[in-house]
Every structure is written in C-alpha cells, then in structure tokens.
Design a protein around this ligand. Structure first.
Ligand SMILES: C[S@@+](CC[C@H](N)C(=O)[O-])C[C@H]1O[C@@H](n2cnc3c(N)ncnc32)[C@H](O)[C@@H]1O
Length: 273
C-alpha cells in the first residue's frame, strides 16, 4: 500500500518543499516560522482557514490531545498545536513524508507539541479513549476497510470527544475506460457515496453535529488552483524543474476535472463520540 499511493502525482518527492523554502532564503537548517511554512505545507483546500474552522468547531484547548490521521507534511498538526497549545499525534503512512514532516517540525518551536508517527493508521495500536479529538484532512478516502478505521477512530476518543473530517465522497463512477486512470491518480480505497458516508459514521457510533457539503466550493478551489499553478509555471520550473511542474500540473488538472465533471464531491463534518 505504501508504494501504491505513490501513483498519485501529488506524492512523489516530498523534499520539494525544501526547494520552495530555499527559494525564499530559508536554507536547510534555518529556523522556520509558521507564517512562512503554512504557505507550502498544507495539502488540503483553503489551508489554515479550514483548520481554524476545525479548531472552533471542536473547541480545541491547550489541555487537549489531538490525533491526526494522514498528516502529510505535518502542516495541519503544527498549525493546530501553534494556535491552541494542544498536543498533537500526527500519523502518516508514507515514510518519506513523515521524515520531511519531522525535519520541518524540528525547525519550528513545536517539537514538544507534535509527535510524528510513521504508520498505516489501520496497523497502529492506539490506547482506548486516549484522545479528546481526532481530525483528518483529505486522507480517509485513501484508507481501505472503512468500518474498521471508523471503529478505531471512535475507540481512540474519550466519551464526548470530537471527530472533525474533511474528505471526498463518490458522486458517480468514471466511464469504464477511465477507471484505471482514476484509481491511479486518486488512490480511492474508500470513496463512498454521501449517504453511505453518514450511515457508516453512525454505525461506528458517531453522532454527527455539523455537516457541510463542500462540493461547489472545492470545484471552484481546484479550478482556481490549477489556473494559478499554470500562471506560475515559469517560477515553479525555475525552482523545481520542468518534470516536477508536469507532475503537479497533472495532479491538479485531474482533481479539477473530477470535481467539475461531477465524479467526486467534498464533505466537512464534525461528529461526537
Ligand atoms: C492529501 S494528503 C493530506 C495531508 C494533510 N492532512 C494536509 O492536509 O496537509 C493525505 C495524506 O494521508 C496519508 N495517508 C493515506 N493513507 C494513510 C493511512 N492508511 N495511514 C496514515 N496516513 C495515510 C497520505 O500518505 C497523505 O500524506
């Protein structure tokens, strides 16, 4: 599974974030402020604005323990720790992303607040009721065995603890000739319909307290992201090279297409154990 996920064009070469930082004058071991880092380390939509919605919805405080599933470069975990003083466990499947995430955290003042764990969430041992909140941005649709991981998320929370998720859902399947390409570029191991999304949360024992359909917003976001990425081609190629540009352009254009052609939709959900 760790290798399969690399078929998605977003995931090769996580070290590329160091090139972005170096281009701004933040060479390898220079300390980093989150103001700078959050311009690059957010792999979901609307960056820290989306994270602040989660912080408010879950009422995360400095005493809280927060579990993040699918933490990528660690940008969500660092921002939440920095904004609230909470303690975060950031679980990431891909060893190279986890390694870069640790290096980035080490260059901030958040080392004691964010613990990075390189693991498949399905395989990880988590003590029952050990977290106040579990959060995840654009990661759960990748993970197979949905009822198993929802059960695990539920058990990881104390009674009354909150789950906050932003995720994709399936609207319709692509045509048969596109299915392999769709699977390669999205790595969708539990892309379920909107109604199955809610029923599976309820079956796992969650009580949904807030739900917003983000499809229209994310359709516009992914289309704007593609346009501004293409507009920045000269700069991106000068920092990363043309092959790297093509890789990310392919991913952004596939995502914009999946939304605009009505194949996938988006959800923002808060639920309680
Ligand atoms: C789109 S990225 C989002 C990263 C981060 N949440 C953010 O918004 O910046 C999804 C991440 O989930 C991770 N992931 C996928 N399956 C996973 C699993 N089974 N266990 C842990 N992480 C997983 C991927 O490796 C990837 O880094």
């Amino acid at each position: 599974m760790k290798n399969d996920i690399k078929s998605m064009q977003l995931y090769p070469r996580p070290e590329r974030i160091f090139s972005d930082l170096e281009a701004l004058g933040y060479g390898k071991d220079k300390p980093l402020s989150l103001d700078v880092l959050t311009r690059f380390d957010q792999l979901h939509y609307h960056g820290t604005e989306a994270l602040n919605i989660a912080i408010a919805a879950c009422e995360i405080t400095a005493q809280d323990r927060v579990l993040e599933v699918g933490s990528g470069w660690g940008g969500c975990a660092r921002h939440i720790a920095n904004a609230t003083g909470a303690t975060l466990t950031a679980v990431e499947l891909q060893a190279d992303y986890d390694r870069v995430a640790r290096e980035l955290t080490a260059r901030t003042n958040l080392v004691g607040c964010v613990a990075h764990v390189n693991a498949d969430f399905l395989q990880l041992d988590i003590e029952t009721a050990s977290y106040d909140h579990a959060v995840s941005w654009l990661a759960l649709f990748h993970i197979p065995r949905r009822s198993e991981y929802l059960g695990k998320l539920h058990r990881s929370l104390r009674s009354g603890g909150t789950l906050f998720v932003e995720d994709l859902y399936r609207i319709k399947d692509p045509d048969y000739h596109e299915i392999d390409d769709f699977k390669q570029h999205l790595f969708p191991n539990s892309l379920v319909s909107k109604s199955d999304y809610f029923s599976s949360l309820e079956s796992a024992g969650f009580d949904v307290s807030m739900a917003e359909d983000m499809t229209e917003d994310w359709t516009e976001f992914t289309s704007d992201r593609l346009k501004s990425f293409r507009d920045s081609q000269e700069h991106y190629v000068s920092v990363h090279g043309s092959e790297a540009y093509e890789t990310i352009e392919t991913f952004y254009s596939k995502m914009a297409g999946y939304f605009s052609r009505g194949l996938v939709g988006g959800l923002r959900i808060a639920a309680r154990r």
